[in-house]
Write a protein that binds this ligand. Structure first.
Ligand code: UTP
Length: 614
């Protein structure tokens, strides 16, 4: 054991040397790595052999985890940290030598011929895709006590984000399998990246709801580990102030998803099974699946290796811009550049006005919404080279301008969307722009912070997230020919929002616009005070005039026609103060709840043809 080890390295750290006898050969190797990388301070307070031995072994268990969960191990982590901390101290600009230009991509307009064509192509491709949800984030800004994916996406049905995502994937799977050229049936894999903060509650949510109808074998949870915190510019690992046998750790960011997918072996499995695409998405964007089929169609048509979903972005708006960067040495990449870096970068590169709107009224650099579609083959090849490591950054908060000490420990972080940074110039990296109302309404901010958002900027709150769903569904139905009354403005939890008719439907009712159009005919109208929840598949809206609340659920073999005048007292919206703790948190963070005064509620549990009229 200890005698077989190079004793020189340990002799300078007597506190460790005297404890070598309790360590396994693997642990001694880890100790060597630590010492060789300037971490002897970790052992300074270790007592002699025989005291706290169990805690010392626990310490090495943690070191082993930190070492194995990082590509290249702790030595690589510390080396990168030293380099990035040195750059940060020097105030080095990561974009030095790069000049920005507008990358090429696809702009889609909801409902036109091209959009419909892309959606149809996307449905063909859906069975060749795997879906990856990154859901390891703490959600500190939202401050919700549960996990974010368990929050209702909207409160008309109360269906949570995770259920909606699963039902959307299943609806796509079914539609795609139905038109498979070889007639084969495939289950779309669904991966959820969790963390210690979200893992057990995510698993429990799935298990207690029978995986919301998905086969449990289709779902894989990959848990990301935290990374070690750093105390100073020498990248000395930070000990927990309350436990000298424990390293402080913090989340490493959603970029971990790439190394986890690589090390899970799933990519090879998927390639062998004939899959072609990997789609990455985030925990609380209730509109995302409105954008998935068409953007998958764009990926397939344009043969994009990387396709970033984007929305029109006003110049200087606080959302990262998708940008092509070309280096003086010839390298180039298409990546997300944070808005506070884009404007100075443009000014420094011969654009004296910086980021300005073009003739479309928007910045030519579209807004990144962090949903990616990758071509599986090139993705696997690239990860084979990098091990899934993503370019990291460090953001220390310095005590003073000497930049020698930190206010609190820092750590390296990485972002999912930085994946293209290491790609060769031959990689086909593009984007798909869609209207914000259709594609993007994340729930990230608590009511108090949302109410402080400067006018004109998005709230990204539970209130705005829910209202965005009603607006999108209303606009989609309008486009399909339904007269949906215009919205009213209302202030909820201090945020002024547009309140449209509360229209919701299950994904299996309509995943793409051409399906929705087929289900709407004649002269239909829905008043602003109305609520309509369609939970069945074969529900047709024909000459319907709705002024009240209507809930319809039906089995697949029941064909239901909704028509005629349906009028009742409906559901009213009552304001709720987010500080009122007598109201459940899921509700009060929205600033309203429904008073279900009167509704027409119909269930069809037998096959056949039916019609609903008041
Ligand atoms: P957010 O930017 O919303 O961060 O993450 P967050 O950590 O969830 O929330 P704040 O910043 O504390 O308020 C974007 C997406 O990335 C996931 C989140 O779950 C969300 O889907 N994420 C974030 C991870 O999976 N892991 C991480 O380490 C961080």
């Amino acid at each position: 054991m200890a005698s077989t080890v190079d004793s020189n390295i340990f002799s300078s750290v007597p506190a460790l040397q005297s404890n070598l006898g309790i360590l396994s050969p693997d642990q001694i190797e880890l100790a060597k790595i630590l010492l060789e990388n300037g971490q002897s301070h970790l052992f300074q307070q270790w007592p002699q052999l025989g005291v706290d031995d169990k805690q010392k072994l626990d310490f090495f268990d943690q070191i082993a985890r930190l070492n194995s969960s990082y590509p290249g191990g702790l030595a690589a982590y510390i080396k990168t940290a030293k380099e990035l901390l040195a750059d940060s101290k020097l105030g080095k600009n990561p974009y030095d030598g790069f000049s920005p230009s507008v990358p090429s991509g696809e702009n889609l307009t909801f409902g036109n011929e091209n959009f419909i064509e892309m959606e149809n192509r996307g449905v063909v491709e859906a069975r060749n895709a795997a879906f990856v949800l990154v859901a390891g984030g703490l959600g500190e800004r939202l401050g919700y006590n549960g996990i974010k994916v368990a929050l209702p996406r909207e409160t008309t049905t109360g269906i949570c984000f995770l259920q909606h995502y699963i039902e959307s994937i299943l609806a796509l799977q079914e539609a795609s399998n139905k038109i498979a050229s070889d007639g084969s049936q495939r289950d779309i894999p669904f991966i959820i990246m969790t963390s210690d903060d979200t893992h057990s509650r995510t698993l429990e949510l799935l298990e207690s709801n029978s995986y919301f109808g998905m086969k449990p074998t289709q779902v894989h949870l990959l848990k990301q580990e935290k990374v070690a915190c750093l105390d100073d510019n020498d990248a000395r690992l930070a000990l927990d102030p309350h436990n000298k046998y424990s390293i402080q750790t913090k989340p490493h960011g959603h970029g971990d998803v790439h190394s986890l997918l690589y090390s899970s072996g799933l990519l090879h499995k998927w390639l062998d099974a004939g899959l072609k695409w990997v789609l990455f998405f985030q925990d609380t964007n209730g509109l995302l699946f409105n954008a998935i089929p068409a953007s998958l169609g764009v990926s397939a048509t344009k043969q994009y290796h990387v396709n970033s979903l984007a929305v029109p972005r006003k110049a200087k708006e606080a959302i990262g811009g998708i940008t092509k960067l070309t280096h003086v040495d010839g390298r180039s990449m298409v990546i997300n550049v944070e808005y506070n870096q884009l404007d100075p970068l443009l000014r420094a590169s011969g654009f004296p006005d910086g980021d300005v709107n073009c003739e479309t009224g928007f910045s030519p650099f579209p807004g990144n919404i962090n949903q990616l579609i990758l071509d599986l083959g090139p993705y696997k090849d690239e990860l084979q080279k990098t091990g899934g490591a993503i370019k990291e950054f460090v953001n220390p908060k310095y005590k003073d301008s000497t930049k020698t000490a930190f206010k609190s420990s820092t750590r390296l972080e990485c972002m999912m969307q930085d994946y293209p940074k290491t790609l060769p110039p031959t990689a086909r990296v593009g984007f798909t722009v869609m209207d914000i109302w259709l594609a993007y309404a994340p729930v990230k901010n608590n009511p108090e912070d949302a109410a402080k958002v400067p006018k004109g900027n998005p709230y990204h709150s539970a209130t705005s997230g829910e209202m965005a769903i009603y607006r999108a569904n209303s606009l989609i139905l309008q486009k399909a020919g339904v007269k949906v009354e215009e919205p009213v403005k209302q202030v909820l939890n201090g945020q002024e929002v547009e309140v449209w008719s509360r229209i919701t439907w299950k994904p299996k009712w309509g995943m793409i616009f051409s399906d929705i159009k087929k289900k709407v005919s004649g002269n239909c109208e829905v008043s602003q005070r109305s609520t309509m929840a369609i939970k069945g598949r074969n529900v047709f809206i024909e000459d319907l005039s709705l002024d009240g609340a209507l809930i319809v659920d039906s089995i697949d073999d029941a064909e239901v026609k909704l028509g005629g005048l349906i009028k009742n007292n409906g559901w009213t919206m009552e304001s709720v103060d987010y500080k009122d703790t007598s109201v459940p948190e899921e509700i009060r963070i929205r600033g309203f709840r429904f008073n279900k005064v009167e509704q027409l509620e119909k269930y069809f549990t037998q096959p056949g043809k039916f019609s609903v009229e008041d």
